[in-house]
Write a protein that binds this ligand. Structure first.
Ligand SMILES: Nc1ncnc2c1ncn2[C@@H]1O[C@H](COP(=O)(O)OP(=O)(O)O)[C@@H](O)[C@H]1O
Ligand SMILES: [Mg+2]
Length: 254
């Protein structure tokens, strides 16, 4: 099937670099590969927009309205970003009401997939999803709208649980026929600082996901600083070690 690539950054745990990777990889595809990219934020915190320097709090309509009100056109909610070639479907606290608002809709698991099936969304080269730190209806919507799943995993004790859980969910959706083409395409060990435990986590990941585990994304202050300035690493510190590490990961996806 043609149409845009659809890549989800997802893990039920918080603070595993989902947003950092979604934003920087989306911007990489736009800036360095000249793709037209739509970044879809689905987290109530709205951090994808915030880290791009977009104030998402006042933006209406946003992803919540697109998903819950068929009269809202997707193009009315999608905004340009300071990054050329990158557009944002913003989120904010409104999304907290999503599961309750659509609870009785028979197609509640496929609302996102359906809204992205139209000609406007199909005109992008890639759609990148930034997921919330939870398993539930929002995550199911993301998985049914995506095709490639990237799991960022913090290299800490217990981190493997979240990763295994996500891989099981993907497997389940494939086996029960809800999404036969869904695959875990990449696992990214994140917030890495060399220690026996961190190396054990990475080597366990490599056993479970042969050929799919990237080099670890080490702790790096430029990555954190870039976000505090509302910039991608490509704009804020293109020569930093952070940029080199993120580029190696982005190149596995590009
Ligand atoms: N490589 C890194 N080095 C240092 N801090 C990082 C790095 N990657 C992300 N961070 C910081 O860690 C925090 C959590 O990252 P984030 O991408 O928001 O995680 P998630 O979206 O999974 O909750 C953010 O404050 C971010 O700036
Ligand atoms: Mg996030």
């Amino acid at each position: 099937m043609s149409g845009p690539r659809r890549i989800a950054f997802i893990n039920e745990k918080g603070g595993t670099c989902k947003t950092t990777l979604a934003v920087n990889v989306a911007a990489y595809l736009a800036l360095k590969k000249q793709r037209r990219v739509l970044l879809v934020d689905l987290d109530t915190q709205g951090h994808a927009g915030k880290t791009l320097g977009v104030d998402v709090r006042e933006l209406r309509p946003n992803v919540f309205h697109v998903l819950t009100d068929p009269s809202v056109a997707l193009e009315a909610a999608v905004r340009p970003t300071p990054v050329q070639g990158l557009w944002l479907l913003p989120s904010c606290r409104d999304m907290a009401d999503f599961p309750v608002t659509v609870a009785s809709a028979p197609d509640r698991e496929r609302l996102l997939a359906k809204r992205l099936a139209g000609p406007y969304a199909q005109g992008f080269d890639a759609i990148v999803f930034d997921a919330p730190p939870s398993l539930g209806l929002v995550s199911t919507n993301i998985l049914l709208a995506a095709e490639e799943v990237v799991i960022p995993v913090a290299t800490t004790y217990l981190a493997l649980d979240g990763c295994a859980e996500m891989a099981k969910t993907v497997e389940l959706l494939r086996k029960d026929g809800r999404h036969e083409r869904l695959t875990v395409s990449l696992v990214v060990p994140t917030l890495y600082r060399k220690s026996a435990l961190a190396d054990e986590v990475v080597s366990t990941l490599r056993q479970h996901f042969p050929g799919k585990v990237t080099e670890p994304l080490a702790l790096n202050v430029a990555i954190d600083e870039a976000q505090s300035h509302g910039k991608t690493i490509w704009e804020y510190a293109p020569w930093s070690r952070g940029a080199t590490m993120l580029q190696a990961i982005a190149d596995r996806i590009a």
